[in-house]
Design a binder for this molecule. Structure first.
Ligand SMILES: [Zn+2]
Length: 171
């Protein structure tokens, strides 16, 4: 696995994690304790997963997000212990999360724009290579480069043409 693949797998984990975190704050506001406990457990597991990934390939972005999430988790713990009289604090946290969500959206857009995920099912890119091509145009040899992209779902694109179809699930 290339560093790029590891990186974007990490990014996908972080994105999923942020979504989970968003769910937690929504629940906090509506004071559904059972749901909060469940989501908190999921959040912990995601956090452990991110830390494992970081130990394989430290990445500044993922590390920063992980640290911020850690702080948010501690904050939730505190709010939970103190009881349900922290509407203002919760609103502040919600705003922080909206900013994190914007960062996530920008990152997702970047990943999509650069074709680092399958356009149909969002599977990560597993291989990208450039190879030289040559031809004979107007009486002279011309040289150029073509692009080979292979995705985890089976999609292969060579020089802009689909060579092998996507077998992934649609999101
Ligand atoms: Zn696909």
């Amino acid at each position: 696995m290339s560093n790029n693949v590891i990186f974007f797998t990490q990014v996908a984990s972080v994105v999923a994690f942020i979504l989970t975190l968003f769910g937690i704050y929504r629940s906090l506001v509506s004071q559904k304790d059972g749901v909060i406990d469940l989501l908190r457990e999921q959040l912990r597991q995601q956090d452990i997963k991110i830390k494992e990934l970081l130990s394989h390939s430290p990445d500044v972005l993922a590390k920063t997000l992980s640290e911020r999430i850690e702080i948010a988790v501690q904050e939730i713990e505190r709010l939970k212990i103190d009881g349900g009289h922290h509407k203002k604090k919760i609103n502040e946290k919600e705003n922080e999360l909206i900013k994190l969500k914007e960062q996530r959206d920008n990152l997702s857009k970047l990943i999509t724009d650069t074709d680092l995920v399958c356009p149909d099912c969002n599977s990560p890119l597993t291989k990208r290579e450039y190879y030289p091509i040559s031809g004979y145009v107007d009486g002279r040899d011309v040289y150029s480069e073509d692009e080979y992209s292979e995705y985890e779902c089976g999609l292969i694109i060579i020089g802009g043409e689909e060579e092998s179809p996507c077998n992934g699930d649609k999101p």
